[in-house]
Ligand binder design. Sequence first.
Ligand SMILES: Nc1nc2c(c(=O)[nH]1)N[C@H]1C(S)=C(S)[C@@H](COP(=O)(O)O)O[C@H]1N2
Ligand SMILES: [Mo]
Length: 378
Amino acid sequence: MKLRVTPPVFRGALHDPRTATSIGRWLGPAFAVCFATGLVSHFLQHPPDWLADTLPSRPSWGYRLTQGLHVASGIAAVPLLLAKLWTVYPRLFAWPPLRSPRHGAERLSVALLVAGAVFEVATGLLNTAQWYPWPFSFVPVHYAVAWLVTGALLLHLAVKAPQIRAHWSRRSPGTSALPERDGPDRRSLLAAVGAAVGAVTLTTVGQSFTPLKDLDLLAPRRPDRGPQGLPVNRTAAAAGVGRITGEEYRLVVDGPRPYTLTLEELRALPQYEVELPIACVEGWSASARWTGVRTADLLDRAGAHPHARVRVVSLQPRGGYRMSEMGHTYARDPLTLLALRLNGEELHPDHGYPARLIAPGRPGVLQTKWVGRLEVLA
Ligand SMILES: Nc1nc2c(c(=O)[nH]1)N[C@H]1C(S)=C(S)[C@@H](COP(=O)(O)O)O[C@H]1N2
Ligand SMILES: [Mo]
């Protein structure tokens, strides 16, 4: 018996390069914003040695903006990517599957692009929900695959340049002035995709763009819900931090002239009030009023060099976020505090009682809570 394979036939007129180009015009920029803001986030969190002393601490809302854009463009990419894949999926059934080595290479690069893009959007989305149903570490893998997707995307744009050029403008060269038969259908499809992008954006962007917080129905967090009006990413219990009493607490500042302070002594130092956001890498951010001691004052008292880096160590016994480092641009910024109060009250245990770091322009994960030690690094 002879095996006969009959590939499906697609008659839908919208599975064409013109629709693919129209959606690509939006998907491409969404990915570009996602990649650029992702790089910012990566370099702020893991600065290479040559960058660590020059990263700017201002504008204080900088990371809030870039990470808000990162998550918003990633969420907007979901309907765009689905629409794009719907447009081109008939090509999966192209027959014969391999026409030439060149054709094979092109299909392979598209397969990588699709797999990588779906992977990035899916893992990013699950990360905003703090759900990690995979065995690998999210940050390095999400970062590495971002490079792969960007490379595959540039290659894809180069390979498809002729089609993109032909279909970029309203009037494609081949069809001259004749009205396009599928024009109305295509416009309906694109309007629906646009509406979907608008809907997912409007119902999530309030997690970082506070004026729209009342529309924030789909994002996992509301920026104004939590103890003292601020969300909590990891509670004291989840971090394994036991009850810290004010009497027992000590802050150790380790430098050329090391010293230790009690909470009473910390409160007796000059206090400053700043308005600064917590901007979590997972996409939510919220501004709050913090009161505490300037880290610059604490470091001066320890005889630290003005350009010294500082390690901030938590009383949290273990976990990746129990420690953070900062260069002098942050450590010496007058807005950077070892905060003792939040929105006029003593810090809630989940916000880092009795003392937490708050610095301008830094990812939330570096705003260390339950600080017990500042170490001046050589
Ligand atoms: N010691 C310690 N500090 C920490 C964390 C942590 O897990 N442990 N989480 C960080 C993260 S991811 C964020 S977004 C902020 C959240 O601060 P908040 O809970 O006060 O809003 O705290 C940061 N500081
Ligand atoms: Mo975070």
